[in-house]
Design a protein around this ligand. Structure first.
Ligand SMILES: Nc1nc2c(ncn2[C@@H]2O[C@H](COP(=O)(O)OP(=O)(O)OP(=O)(O)O)[C@@H](O)[C@H]2O)c(=O)[nH]1
Ligand SMILES: [Mg+2]
Length: 461
């Protein structure tokens, strides 16, 4: 006997059973398909946290012959407690009833059941039969309403039918449910099975801790990435003056490649943390050196029009320049020499390449070295951070049952715009300390930035 709750997801074919299971377990290996009858055998999906199974869900095939089964059950001369066994004995050898027998198997092993229906369609006789069968079998059960379309006009008749067969009914959108909605559904399971109160509390507690832990880890990842990006220097040596331009070009290219590569790694780490193997969100790569950071391309990516861009840039200028008391937030020179130049010039636009310093050094034993970076444009890490926040929010809130890959161009506006100026100042203050000669200061800045990101990263409710 299992010590953790076992829950079978049952229902009519093609109603979204596998999608609900996939979203609830954050498992995108569950096969979801438009074709009815996709799931033909039961498949068990244990949910593990830190190596411990806290919950197990079973994907089942849809009912095939509910009306005939109900007729048989209603006329069977057996008591309720052996009805399920009697049914399996009678029908398991019949090929036409293979799916029906298969879907009942987990119930013999003590599973409770979640009955999934797509309530955007009208109620049919087969649905009535399925619900009646589940009532007769009398296992702990709840109904889950999953809308495949937006149409809710049939909901009243569905709810009325549910009330006769289930004491617990919940809406759960397999394509949109987020973490809190998943927890809420699990909470409801406690009401259908008294013995599960404690194990479900344990599972919920484990999910919550794991969720917080993921956030803390991602905050660390992003801090490391921003530290890397703001400190990066790339050098290229050459002997002959005629090669100077080529060397500089090479150094710039490598600089760009390294930052893009780190961004890709960061995004991949975030995807893996949130257990996504299928869903991915592709951002157009920004050419952080050759392009103006505030080029249309960059800001279109953050969902801003040219007009909004001017407002955002002005807002940011005011936020970071005018209201920023450099002395009190303790910023070190680098960023705000640039910021000062930016404000003094009366412009809020700076080209990325102008601020990725290019220095040329004569080498003692002959030859020359060109050094690119570090980039001192204070807006540079903010743009990188904005992209990271957008990616994080999309991926961490994407339901695993939803296999539609969206385009990043449809995404809403940049995240940093919504972050208070005070917090933007704090971010820059932390980043500016990464230059510090004192390792204590650097460590404090890192810890402060991680703490700040843990607050900023989750999307506002
Ligand atoms: N828009 C939308 N589509 C959904 C939702 N849930 C499921 N679908 C789609 O409905 C189809 C069937 O989903 P499945 O999860 O495979 O359904 P199933 O009940 O497991 O189907 P069988 O295994 O064939 O019995 C797929 O194309 C899903 O993408 C939803 O909440 N919204
Ligand atoms: Mg299925």
């Amino acid at each position: 006997m299992r010590s953790h709750p076992l829950i079978a997801i049952v229902g009519h074919p093609n109603e979204g059973k596998s999608s609900v299971l996939s979203t609830l377990t954050e498992d995108d290996s569950v096969v979801v398909n438009d074709y009815p009858g996709e799931t033909v055998e039961c498949q068990y999906f244990p949910v593990t946290i830190n190596g411990e199974v806290v919950l197990e869900l079973v994907d089942t095939p849809g009912f095939q012959n509910p009306v005939r089964i109900l007729q048989w059950m209603q006329s069977a001369r057996v008591t309720d407690d052996v009805l399920l066994q009697a049914f399996l004995q009678e029908f398991s050898a019949q090929e036409a009833f293979h799916h029906d027998c298969e879907l009942m198997q987990p119930l013999l092993q003590g599973a409770a059941l979640i009955y999934v229906v797509d309530c955007s369609r009208p109620l049919l006789e087969v649905d009535q039969a399925e619900m009646e069968i589940l009532r007769l079998i009398n296992k702990p059960r709840m109904a889950v309403i999953n809308f495949k379309e937006d149409d809710k006009s049939y909901i009243a008749e569905w709810k009325q039918a549910f009330r006769r067969h289930f004491n617990v009914i919940r809406e759960f959108n397999a394509h949109q449910a987020r973490f809190q909605e998943r927890l809420a559904l699990l909470q409801t399971l406690k009401a259908i099975h008294q013995d599960w109160e404690q194990p479900i509390d344990i599972a919920i507690d484990a999910f919550q801790k794991d969720w917080n832990y993921r956030l803390a880890i991602v905050a660390e990842y992003i801090t490391n990435y921003l530290e890397f990006a703001t400190q990066l220097k790339v050098a290229q040596s050459y002997q002959d003056e005629a090669d100077a331009d080529i060397a500089q070009e090479k150094a710039l290219e490598e600089y760009h490649r390294k930052i893009s590569g780190r961004e890709r790694d960061l995004f991949e780490d975030i995807r893996k943390r949130y257990r996504h193997n299928v869903y991915d969100l592709k951002f157009a790569e920004q050419d952080i050196l050759r392009e103006d950071l505030f080029a249309d391309k960059t800001w279109e990516l953050l969902g801003l029009s040219k007009q909004q861009l001017t407002i955002a840039a002005t807002g940011m200028g005011a936020g970071l320049g005018a209201t920023l008391d450099l002395a009190t937030v303790g910023l070190s020179h680098g960023f705000f020499t640039a910021m000062g130049a930016l404000m003094a010039g009366g412009s809020v636009f700076l080209k990325g390449s102008e601020l990725a310093r290019v220095r040329v050094k004569r080498l003692p034993l002959g030859g020359t070295r060109v050094i690119v970076g570090p980039n001192r444009n204070p807006q540079f890490p903010l743009v990188l951070l904005d992209r990271a926040i957008l990616f994080f929010r999309e991926v961490s809130s994407h339901a695993h049952g939803n296999r539609i890959t969206e385009n990043s161009e449809d995404k809403p506006q940049g995240a940093l715009q919504q972050i208070e100026v005070e917090q933007q100042k704090k971010i820059l203050s932390c980043l500016s300390q990464f230059d510090s000669a004192s390792s204590g200061k650097r460590e404090r800045a890192r810890a402060d930035l991680v703490a700040l990101l843990k607050i900023i990263l989750p999307a506002p409710e």
